[in-house]
Design a protein around this ligand. Structure first.
Ligand SMILES: Cc1ncc(COP(=O)(O)O)c(C=O)c1O
Length: 424
C-alpha cells in the first residue's frame, strides 16, 4: 500500500507532476539553512524573482529620463496600466476592456458601489454573507448610511446553514428570493476568506438578476486561485487585490472588473482625469467624458512603481495558464486533505468543503481542543519553518499555492503536526 507520509512518495508526486513547478522563479523565505514551507499565499504571495527587474526598469527610466519616461518606450508610463490589462483579463476570464488595475480593493469597492449601489426607498438593501471580511462590511455599512438608509434594516447578512460555517446554494437562493424585492445589491465573495468556501458566482448573479438586483463579487481570495470566467458569469462588477495569489507585493495595486454591458453606462460615478476618454484626455477640457469600459473608473495616472511587480507575476501566470494551475492546485490541496484524513483527524478538522469544486487551494483547519491548543500548534509550526496563518479562535489556514508550493511542502506540514502531537 502507498505510504502517503513517505518522503519518496511526495518526491515522486513532485517529479511526476504534469505541471513542473515554477518555484525557482520566486524568492522563498529561509528558515535556518533551509527554505520555509510557506502556505500564506492567501495573505501575501511570494516575490517573483523578476519583480526587481521590472521595478529597476522604472527606477532607471526615472533616473535617466525623468518626465520623458511618460512617453518613451519600452514600457512608457503614460499607458503603463495597459501593460497588465490583457494578462489580467486572461487570469479572470474577462475581455480586456472589462478589467483595470487601480487603487486598492476597498477603494475600488466604494467606486463600484457609487455606480452600482443605487438604493431607493422600495429597494434599499444589500445582501452579504455573515462573517464577511470587515473591510467589505464597513464599506457596505458606510455606503448605506451615505445614502441616508439604515444598516440595521438594509444590510442583510445571511448566516451559514452548514455545519462548518459554510453556505449551501439553497440557502443563498432562499435569501435572495425572500428579500428579492428589497435588494439593490448582492455582494458575494468568490472564495470566503475564513472558511475557504468557493461559490458559483454565475449562479449567484443569475439569482440576483432574476430579482432585479445588481450583483458584485469580492475576488480577493479567488483571483489567481480559481479558474474564473468573469465575463460569462455575468456579474456586474468585481473587485480584488493583487498581493495574495497574484504575488504583486504588499499593498499592491488592486483589480476591478466591470461587465461589458456597462461599458457605456450613464450611471453616476466618482470621476477623475484618468477615466476620461483616452482620445481627448490631454485636451484638458472641462467636461468629463468617460472612456468606455472599466478604465472609465480610473481616477489618477497609473502608480507605475506599484504596478511593476504585477507584470512579473502575470508573466508567470501567462507561462502556464489558469487551467493548468488550477489542476495542480487540486492535486496539492487533495494531497493535504488526504494526509490529514490518514493520520491527523484527531488534531485537525477540515472546515473547508470537501468537494473540490466548492473550494480553492486553501484548507481552513480547526484545531481540536480549541484556542490554546491551536495557538500552541500554530507557534510550533512557525518555529519549525511551516507558515500558515491564524484566524481566531481556533483556525489555521493552509493554502498551498501551485506556483511555488510542492507536495514536499505539504508533507512537511503534516509531518510537523505529527511531531507536535508526539511531543506532547
Ligand atoms: C475578502 C477581503 N476583502 C477586503 C480586503 C481588504 O483589502 P484592502 O486592504 O486591499 O482594501 C481583504 C484583504 O485581505 C480581503 O481579504
Amino acid at each position: 500500500m502507498t505510504d502517503l507520509f513517505a518522503d519518496h512518495h511526495a518526491q515522486a508526486l513532485d517529479a511526476g507532476d504534469p505541471l513542473p513547478t515554477l518555484r525557482g522563479e520566486f524568492h522563498i523565505p529561509m528558515h535556518g539553512d533551509s527554505t520555509q514551507a510557506y502556505f500564506v499565499g492567501n495573505s501575501l504571495g511570494l516575490q517573483p524573482r523578476a519583480a526587481r527587474e521590472y521595478i529597476e526598469e522604472v527606477l532607471d527610466k526615472w533616473a535617466t529620463e525623468a518626465v520623458e519616461g511618460h512617453f518613451t518606450q519600452p514600457a512608457q508610463w503614460m499607458t503603463y496600466h495597459e501593460l497588465v490589462r490583457e494578462p489580467l483579463a486572461r487570469v479572470v476570464g474577462a475581455q480586456p476592456q472589462e478589467v483595470v488595475a487601480m487603487n486598492s480593493l476597498t477603494a475600488n469597492l466604494h467606486l463600484m458601489m457609487v455606480s452600482f449601489y443605487r438604493p431607493t426607498r422600495e429597494r434599499p438593501a444589500i445582501l452579504i454573507e455573515a462573517g464577511a471580511f470587515p473591510s467589505d462590511r464597513h464599506a457596505m455599512e458606510s455606503q448605506i448610511r451615505f445614502h441616508g438608509f439604515d444598516p440595521a434594516t438594509d444590510l442583510i447578512e445571511l448566516h451559514p446553514d452548514e455545519a462548518n460555517g459554510t453556505f449551501s446554494m439553497a440557502a443563498i437562493e432562499r435569501a435572495i428570493a425572500e428579500h428579492g424585492p428589497r435588494l439593490a445589491l448582492v455582494l458575494w465573495p468568490g472564495v470566503q476568506y475564513r472558511s475557504g468556501q468557493a461559490f458559483d458566482i454565475a449562479e449567484v448573479a443569475r439569482l440576483a438578476h432574476a430579482q432585479g438586483a445588481v450583483c458584485g463579487v469580492d475576488l480577493a481570495h479567488a483571483v489567481g486561485n480559481l479558474e474564473l470566467a468573469l465575463h460569462d458569469s455575468n456579474v456586474d462588477f468585481a473587485v480584488w487585490c493583487h498581493y495574495k495569489y497574484l504575488n504583486a507585493g504588499p499593498g499592491a495595486v488592486a483589480g476591478c472588473f466591470v461587465h461589458e454591458r456597462h461599458a457605456h453606462t450613464d450611471r453616476p460615478r466618482f470621476a477623475g482625469w484618468w477615466g476620461h476618454d483616452v482620445s481627448t484626455r490631454f485636451l484638458m477640457g472641462a467636461e468629463f467624458v468617460p472612456t468606455p469600459g472599466a478604465e472609465g473608473w480610473q481616477l489618477s495616472n497609473p502608480p507605475v512603481l506599484a504596478l511593476a511587480p504585477l507584470r512579473a507575476s502575470l508573466d508567470l501566470f501567462d507561462s502556464v495558464g489558469m487551467p493548468a494551475l488550477r489542476q495542480k492546485s487540486l492535486r496539492l490541496t487533495g494531497y493535504l486533505e488526504a494526509l490529514i484524513a490518514e493520520r491527523l483527524v484527531d488534531t485537525l478538522q477540515v472546515v473547508t468543503p470537501r468537494d473540490p469544486d466548492r473550494r480553492g487551494c486553501q484548507l481552513s483547519l480547526r484545531v481540536v481542543g480549541g484556542h490554546e491548543r491551536g495557538r500552541a500548534l500554530f507557534d510550533y509550526l512557525a518555529a519549525n519553518g511551516v507558515l500558515g496563518d491564524w484566524r481566531e479562535p481556533d483556525v489555521i489556514r493552509i493554502s498551498p499555492a501551485p506556483l511555488y508550493n510542492t507536495h514536499a511542502d505539504v508533507l512537511r506540514f503534516a509531518r510537523t503536526v505529527e511531531a507536535w502531537r508526539h511531543a506532547g
